[in-house]
Design a protein around this ligand. Sequence first.
Ligand code: NAD
Ligand code: UDP
Length: 327
Amino acid sequence: MAREIYGRRRVLVTGGAGFLGSHLIDRLLARGDEVLCVDNLFTGDKRNLDHVHGHERFEFMRHDISFPLYVEVDEIYNLACPASPVHYQHDPVQTTKTSVLGAINMLGLAKRLQCKIFQASTSEVYGDPAVHPQREDYWGNVNPIGLRSCYDEGKRCAETLFFDYSRQHRLSIKVARIFNTYGPRMHPADGRVVSNFIIQALKGEPISLYGDGSQTRSFCYYEDLIEGFLRLMDTPDDVTGPVNLGNPNEFTIRQLAEQVIDLVGAKSQIIERPLPQDDPMQRQPDITLARTTLGWEPTVQLREGLAKTIEYFDGLLSSDEARRAGA
Ligand code: NAD
Ligand code: UDP
């Protein structure tokens, strides 16, 4: 670890101004690492990092990972990529570039530095799964030419690159397949279901249910997920993944809407809207591999995680209102 300064690990987090990246940075700083955050602020927000600006072990660099990056670090977490369907479909060509060229650039960096590299992959590699729950050895059911393909196929190609770099260049890789995760610092306008429903309920607006709400998802609270990232990164070199990380408790989207309305105490009506193209009908991780190799499983259940997330968005809406009133 020639780059370690005063015995500290120097860790690169791409996408560190986003929802998951900023929480990961908090954990890395708390355990004493040096952190370099690289982000082009496409969906990220510097406010997610306000509390660490000026921290002696934290550095921010504005950069798009689809272009090469020359820095010196000991470990890389590659999280840069818009995660919400609204955002990744906004500029689909850029989404593919971020996943594929971004992976090539970050893997090239890891190869030069001979350092470990973590990839934030996704349950979307399973597409609209024909096997339920999803295990890591299921190859998926993905439309290669649909509206979601830029994300799904981009992430699948990134996995291919990670495994080819591992085989061809003997790189130490860690690939996590992340299932729907939620919590404070999700972008309030990013269109994902948890943030949409909470904001709509807090504003007393109708809840936008896509389709009849019978499609399912399994929601993981961010704290559990980040713990899984750290455990996976600390495994021996022969543990590469892919490893599913997510909460196996499955809910219909209608149940989620009802639970949010109940917790907020809102009077919102549930309004059905058209189901987006290729929206997966079901999704639930089989986390046997994470349990056995990482000793990991989620501890925060949906109601508890939703309550904390509602509190966060409530505070955000109140401070926006206060700012507008003062303006
Ligand atoms: P997010 O949108 O909040 O964060 C993504 C970050 O990447 C943002 O800060 C954005 O500005 C940055 N970014 C995007 N393109 C970039 C580029 N070309 N160069 C540099 N930075 C760029 O999303 P998130 O929920 O925090 O997701 C983080 C990672 O985890 C993503 O790779 C995502 O695909 C993956 N993931 C997340 C979930 C989830 O439920 N949150 C599920 C599966 C996979
Ligand atoms: N969804 C919904 N209303 C919304 C946003 C999303 O009913 O306002 C549905 C969406 O159609 C999908 C599920 O909620 O079935 C999860 O959507 P999200 O965009 O959060 O993530 P996905 O798992 O589809 O990537």
